[in-house]
Write a protein that binds this ligand. Structure first.
Ligand SMILES: [Zn+2]
Length: 201
């Protein structure tokens, strides 16, 4: 009786060991026992159709899917406006030619729209200045930066880093002086231009 019981236990143990070994060997060899269903919308009504591995996907020739372009952004987050276009002040030689976004030194400055950097250098009263030509030909100046973060020729998408806000040049405190030059001509009021791109400073 005792011997029979021992044999039975040994047999069960051996079978279990074999099964375990077989499964773990298959897993180690990279063989997937159960197929993984592709992600598809779950049908909550009607008959549930189990997708085959390829059913949800098909190749459409000559159609190129493009990512939606990122939205235009205001150049600074967490600012208050301290100088407006057309104001006169002893600080400026003539009337003010841009819009001033005051924020802490070092605040990131973001590219408002898509374009290319056409200048990035110190420019007298404007301090460290990055000039970006947008794809529609409008030229933007980002002035008084503590640090320029781009190079000439660099392509920028909306939201890309332009540099960091500072007080280089002729300023009384850290702020971004933004200028808008349609067609690289005379500066216009940024507060009138920004809303044409859905931005309201
Ligand atoms: Zn200004």
């Amino acid at each position: 009786m005792l011997t029979t019981t021992r044999r039975l236990i040994a047999s069960v143990l051996l079978t279990g060991l074999l099964v375990t070994t077989t499964l773990s060997t298959a897993a180690q060899a990279g063989r997937v026992v159960a197929p993984v269903a592709p992600a598809v919308p779950v049908v909550t009504q009607g008959p549930v159709l189990l997708p085959s591995a390829f059913a949800p996907y098909r190749v459409v020739p000559a159609v190129r899917l493009q990512a939606k372009p990122p939205p235009w952004v205001l150049p600074v987050v967490g600012y208050h406006l301290t100088g407006r276009f057309g104001q006169s002040s002893g600080l400026w030689a003539s009337t003010h030619t841009g819009l001033d976004f005051a924020a802490p030194e070092g605040t990131p400055i973001r590219s408002i729209g898509p374009g290319v950097v056409i200048a990035a250098a110190s420019d007298g009263a404007f301090g460290n200045k990055t000039v970006v030509r947008l794809d529609d030909g409008t030229v933007l100046w980002y002035c008084h930066q503590s640090e320029v973060g781009v190079e000439v020729g660099q392509r920028l998408a909306p939201g890309d880093l332009v540099g960091h806000l500072g007080s280089t040049g002729n300023t009384t405190g850290p702020h971004l002086h933004l200028e808008v030059h349609p067609g690289n001509g005379d500066a216009i009021d940024p507060e009138a231009w920004l809303p044409t791109h859905g931005l309201h400073p």
